[in-house]
Design a protein around this ligand. Sequence first.
Ligand code: ADP
Ligand code: MG
Length: 727
Amino acid sequence: MSGSASRMDAIKAVTSIKPVDQAFSFQEVHTGEVFGENVFSPQIMKQRLPKAAYKSLIKTIESGSPLDTDLADVVASSMVAWALEKGATHYAHVFYPLTGFTAEKHDSFMVPDSEGGSIAEFSGEQLIQGEPDASSFPNGGIRQTFEARGYTAWDVTSPAYILENPNGATLCIPTVFVSWTGEALDLKTPVLRSMSALDSAAQRVLKLFGTEVKGSIKATAGAEQEYFLVDANFYYARPDLVTAGRTLFGAPSPKGQEFDDHYFGAIPERVLAFMLETERELFKLGIPVKTRHNEVAPGQYEIAPIFETANVATDHQQLVMIVLEKLAKKYGLACITHEKPFAGLNGSGKHLNWSLGSSEVGNLLDPGDTPHDNAQFLVFCTAVIKAVYKHAALLRAGIASASNDHRLGANEAPPAIISIFLGDQLTDVFEQIRKGGAKSSKKAGTLKIGVDSLPPLPKHAGDRNRTSPFAFTGNRFEFRAVGSKQSLAGPLASLNTALAESLDELAAEIESKTKGDPKKLNDAVTAAIKSAVSEAWPVIFNGDGYSDAWHKEAEKRGLPNIRTTPDALTAYTTKSTIDLFKKYKVLTKRELESRQDTFLEQYILNLNVESKLTRRIAKTMIFPAAIRYQSELAATCTALQTVGYEFDTDTLDYVTKLVKQLQTRIVELEEAMAKDSFRSVLAHAQHCCDTVKPAMEAVRETADALEQVVADDLWPLPTYQEMLFIK
Ligand code: ADP
Ligand code: MG
């Protein structure tokens, strides 16, 4: 009974924890005071760099241009001095390979000197460029192992920071990761390229409205991160959670989330202590976390920072996950960022709030207070609608993963159909424009898109909709279908580039009609919006995205409903995607093919691990528990019969049937897993999706049925009830 004993031990261990003992004291230093303490921020740069160097560095950062080597030396020497003062011994180029994880290569600052001692050394070249031996990072055929050179290069727009460990600290430099031939091997490179494409296109539109921008227009992003917390004792007693990040087995607990009592409920003491310290750590790293609350499912929480420039938000988002996981351990918890750790309960997303703007022009998706702003706003908003309509399949591909497949369309997350929620008021405005330059609005007054005659739009133009994958939320769009574990980078690169394209197309149309005459602007803008919105109209949907009716309706409208990752990933190499990314120099065809292959490989690897785990757990934990119970029942039956008593064999029969079924289903799973020759990576991924996955689910179904009948003291795995409700 060792399995069950360890389960019982886990329960004992959890209930004896005294959370406040571990908590960090916040009395001493106010959290606000530590903000940005570990960041080589513009403020620190100003203090430490010679004035001229500081100015040109800021200019480089703002324009996103490459760092000059002389300047790099100056920056490096002041950065290393700062880092050494903070106790750093090493520096690391941090990069974001296609795995979605964060990768770091650490080097010591110390080098031997001629007198047998050592000196701290960090040159401009070391700051701006690294060469990790990165041959084992996925590259989808771009690079063979014999030509393994990969380079990292500092993204100057994302500040360097110090990551503290109890026994030392590391200076971290956010970098891009490219091959010897300059091809992107990471997630950051296309984000940066897409931001500059979007900048030019947005400026072209602004010019139509008479705004010449001095700096640049930047995409902004703010991500709401959902996650689960489970006590570490339970976590380590679940090989599936440890290795796959989700439970591959587990019958529903008698109580789930049906009372909605967890959502925004009081946060348990230990969890709150963990959150406080997490926020403090994130503050030190200059990450402006703002909100925290319980989410819908028991054991589920959310953390959201204030939005930042898109690429910085993306880097910070990766750090948020790292810090959450690291500090959870300290509080005896495990932080689970998987999209669907528990079947039957809500999964986790990472709502990507996205807009564009600058300090000069403000938020370009803010309807504003004046009619003039409204006209401009309507062009930008139309461009988003147009972009999402045209590139829906690409956006779907960007959120496709083995783990997010469990969530999308699972009646608690947005469906796999990409549609846009605009809200009543904005829909009404566009509806009228579509029906021929609206003359009246719901309120009194005329509704022309004019510089002179459009009434101000309300800031909250409509209600909220939790069921839409892509919703307008007052001054930004919220891409809600993004997975909780995934990087923001992929979705952002696609959104930015698609928006650049549609802004360019709208600008071209307007320019061709006005030919520089501002008096023609009104009609030209109206006409351009009208035709774009009319074409993209099928993508607007304000109703219940979870309903069956919507699935039927979407099909009628011709919207793609791509249910699985292998199917979704094909969108990376369609003509419209290749043309889009080529035109804006964001990704070449070869880079897109490499991404598609890599993501398919990742999918296959995930399913391989899950299927092996399923087999292992079924055979070595569940089957033994089941036959022990079966033999107990059988022994009782025989014992009673020998003394002349009747024994109702219903339970024994049922258990026997399930045990038999479990054995058969394990064999079927093994057969599905055995196939190893495929005509393509896609075919392999499809086999995993269509054959291996259902076989795993069948094993689980039987195991979960057993969990509900086998004696509790024999059951080896911590149950849903224990993991979700014991805090
Ligand atoms: P809600 O509950 O409405 O989703 P939250 O406060 O949980 O609100 O999250 C809203 C997120 O939207 C925050 O991360 C916020 O910073 C972000 N956000 C607000 N304005 C913008 C913007 N202009 N661009 C990008 N993100 C934004
Ligand atoms: Mg929210």
